[in-house]
Design a protein around this ligand. Structure first.
Ligand code: BES
Ligand code: MN
Ligand code: ZN
Length: 491
């Protein structure tokens, strides 16, 4: 369930909320941290803010939360939330920490957003939503107490659009997390395709699903090869947002491996549980598509999600097999665990051949190597267009996600030469090139012809090991915020 964040006029104490939160700016130089809007009201409730901050050795750094009772109003908690220097990243951290600190309160009201610029208000509203996310399959569970947050603002009506956009993006990120956190026992390709249909229809999209027979008829050999080791057949989902008068066509492609065992090139046991989220890229595309109408996106956007379960069943693809992708290029499959690129290749080739895209962007939990280099909080960005790089990095930064540009090293390309097919699906080891994330990106590039293209390898940031700032343990929904920000900005 998503917490509802709504705006209202003050004063803070008139909201009657069980928890009241006020921002505290970081100390400037040797001075004490400074409480912001609403602090005077707290004095009336019997809270001596400067004394509390001093006693707690608070310094107002973003994410710090000091909690005290309000003697003047029994049952009410007062939360003093560090906002550091008040920049957007600091406010996101602060709002996320506040949502966690208040999660057992019945209701929360805060002046955190009061007097701030529209982008900051939106960042705060989003962060409160993102950090309130929960996924559970316990037999008995108490629902989260905190269902509603009031943002105290001077003129709530003027910020309506920002708050609506924030709610849209929060819902989309939560959808992406829900899909990726769902165990693969339930999440077959067929199930995921049905979910895409349902949420797509509700969001004003047209959605078509190709089953394994349709894929065979049209030559989607990569998706079929990856899916053939499972008793649960693959699917190819196409979701379309087609507003009247659209001048550009953006195609988003998301890796939809509903479970990645590695196939016959089986993964070690410890690497497997996380592979229920190997469709996180696909989930990000599905979720982004559901937000386009509410965000007023004027471009035509198509989302393609090749879905397959990579299992080592009796009919599984064998190392050494050669497969034929959509459009005709062939791959020698030397490692069945390098399956993401095989399904993406079909989708990219299909986009280029059939959809007349102006730009194609794919997102995939493609290689462990990407997170070796960049860690768990940055997505690796590869692109053939400097403009696209700047636009995506800018959109990510504005939305509170982090992308880092990586090189498409031409000298590494020979590692993908096969002696019997157009390409091999893993780099030739003798060449000792390493750079697994780059080599995977070079493989994908073979399928996009000259269409401007970007690839996001999100194997690192698609999952979190623990609750931290705006992300929650498990699937993070990475990419949804960047895509929403990028597509809304393009008009
Ligand atoms: N889904 C994995 C990549 C991955 C690994 C995502 C860890 C998240 C966490 C992908 O299909 C894979 O297995 N990649 C291989 C490629 C290799 C066989 C060339 C990898 O990264 O080891
Ligand atoms: Mn794999
Ligand atoms: Zn995979």
């Amino acid at each position: 369930m998503t917490v509802v964040v709504s705006a209202r006029r003050g004063p803070l104490s008139a909201t009657g909320a069980a928890a009241l939160a006020v921002p505290v700016s970081a100390a400037a130089g040797d001075g004490p941290p400074m409480a912001g809007a609403g602090a005077a009201e707290l004095a009336e409730l019997g809270v001596d803010v400067p004394a509390v901050l001093a006693a707690e050795h608070a310094d107002g750094k973003p994410g710090e939360v000091v909690s005290v009772a309000a003697p003047g109003r029994p049952g009410t908690r007062v939360l003093l939330v560090g906002v550091g220097d008040g920049t957007e990243p600091a406010l996101r951290k602060a709002a996320a920490a506040l949502a966690r600190a208040a999660k057992s309160s019945e209701s929360l009201a805060t002046t955190l957003a009061q007097g701030r610029d529209p982008a900051s208000v939106r960042a705060i509203a989003e962060a409160l939503g993102f950090a309130s996310y929960r996924f559970t399959r316990r037999s008995e569970d108490s629902p989260p107490a905190l269902a509603r947050i009031d943002l105290v603002l001077d003129s709530p009506a003027r910020l309506r659009k920002q708050l609506d956009a924030a709610a849209t993006v929060v819902d989309a990120v939560h959808l992406a997390r829900d899909l990726a956190n769902t165990p693969s026992k339930q999440k077959s390709p067929e199930w995921l395709a049905e979910r895409a249909k349902a949420v797509g229809a509700a969001a004003g999209l047209s959605v078509t699903v190709r089953d394994e027979k349709a894929m065979a008829a049209e030559g989607f050999g990569g998706v079929l090869a990856v899916g053939q080791g499972s008793s649960r057949p693959p699917r190819f989902v196409e979701m379309t947002w087609s507003p009247r008068g659209a001048k550009r066509h953006v195609v988003l492609v998301g890796k939809g491996i509903t479970f990645d065992s590695g196939g016959l090139s089986l993964k070690p046991p410890d690497s497997m549980p996380a592979m229920k989220t190997d469709m996180a890229g696909g989930a990000a595309v599905i979720a982004t598509m559901t937000a386009l109408r509410a965000l007023g996106v004027t471009a035509k956007v198509t989302g393609l999600i090749p879905m397959a379960e990579n299992l080592p069943g009796a009919n599984a693809t064998r190392p050494g097999d050669v497969i034929r992708h959509y459009g005709g290029l062939t791959s020698e499959v030397l490692n069945t665990d390098a399956e993401g690129r095989l399904v993406l290749a079909d989708a990219l080739a299909y986009a280029v051949a059939r959809l007349e895209p102006d730009v194609v962007v794919d997102i995939a939990t493609l290689t462990g190597a990407a997170s070796l280099g960049l860690g768990k909080r940055h997505g690796a960005l590869y692109t053939t267009s400097d403009d696209l790089r700047d636009a995506l990095v800018g959109a990510a930064t504005a939305a509170g996600e982090r992308l880092w540009p990586m090189p498409l090293v031409a000298d590494y390309r020979p590692a993908l030469d096969s002696s019997i097919a157009d390409l091999r699906n893993i780099g030739r080891r003798e060449l000792n090139i390493s750079g697994g994330s780059i080599v995977a990106a070079l493989f994908l590039r073979e399928f996009v012809a000259d269409v401007p293209w970007a690839h996001l390898d999100v194997a690192g940031p698609a999952r979190a090991d623990a609750d931290e700032d705006e992300v929650t343990k498990g699937a993070t929904g990475f990419g949804v915020r960047t895509f929403c920000s990028w597509l809304a900005a393009r008009g």
